[in-house]
Design a protein. Structure first.
Length: 264
């Protein structure tokens, strides 16, 4: 079973607005429409059996609505595994974690850059203590600001791993969008999963080779970052750029399935 571990979908009423916001922020025209039906159709064409859908609460008031959406996505199809979200300023994280557990959700997404906190903020560390060891966390890492000025970066992600060795951590975008040279220095080789989302169209050959050489292949996950990119296009990029470095395509596509057991 092949899994796309990094996707996003939106309610049809706001999908067009969300797509425009992504376009404005990243300067990339999204390939998809941002609705679940389009994602699943593209996944099917690409040979992908399952998709992991992420959301992040941009402020504390959005935690409940975002998680309601995640719970709804989880119920839409057995092909969908949804991650919930929290915010460092949310008042009742224990209660929300229990609600997510009861709904069958076992993953959390954090996007420090969009959520307005630094990855090494003491408030986030306190939240991590509450979360404990039983969750899988997808964490956005990197952006165009220098690492010391950016809310997330490979060095901060490495410090988080060392401070909290228990939960499974996924560093999105090959460990740090636009921070890939620092991934080699700080993060590669640690007990952290990297997904391939929003990276293969931007990273240079030498840095990609260094990351692949220094990070265990079994901790590499396929992620398309739909709707920004199409899963089929991203698989073709894997074949062209990653497979020649000695990583088996079937292992990359299966890795997310091993991380998230099939739903019954």
């Amino acid at each position: 079973m092949f899994t796309d571990t990094h996707t996003h979908v939106f309610h049809p009423k706001i999908a067009e607005k969300a797509i425009n916001q992504l376009h404005n922020h990243y300067g990339i025209k999204p390939r998809g429409t941002g609705v679940l039906e389009d994602l699943l159709a593209r996944a099917t064409r690409a040979g992908i059996d399952r998709v992991v859908v992420h959301t992040a609460a941009t402020d504390p008031s959005q935690v409940i609505p975002a998680n309601n959406w995640a719970i709804n996505m989880e119920r839409q199809s057995k092909r969908v595994t949804a991650f919930g979200t929290l915010h460092p300023d949310y008042a009742e994280p224990e209660k929300e974690l229990e609600r997510l557990r009861k709904a069958g959700i076992h993953g959390l997404k954090f996007h420090p850059d969009f959520q307005g906190f630094f990855l090494d903020d003491p408030k986030f560390y306190r939240l991590m203590e509450i979360i404990g060891d039983d969750w899988t966390l997808m964490i956005h890492v990197g952006d165009r600001l220098p690492p010391e000025k950016n809310p997330s970066c490979p060095k901060k992600m490495a410090a988080l791993r060392r401070a909290f060795p228990g939960p499974r951590l996924i560093a999105a975008h090959l460990g740090g969008f636009s921070h890939w040279q620092y991934v080699v220095e700080h993060l590669a080789g640690l007990d952290v999963f990297f997904d391939t989302s929003s990276s293969l169209s931007f990273i240079d050959d030498d840095t990609l080779r260094e990351i692949i050489a220094h990070h265990p292949a079994e901790r590499l996950l396929f992620g398309s970052d739909y709707p920004l990119f199409d899963p089929g296009d991203e698989i073709r990029l894997l074949e062209r750029r990653v497979v020649p470095l000695g990583v088996k395509l079937v292992d990359l596509l299966n890795a997310g399935t091993r991380l998230f057991p099939e739903r019954t």
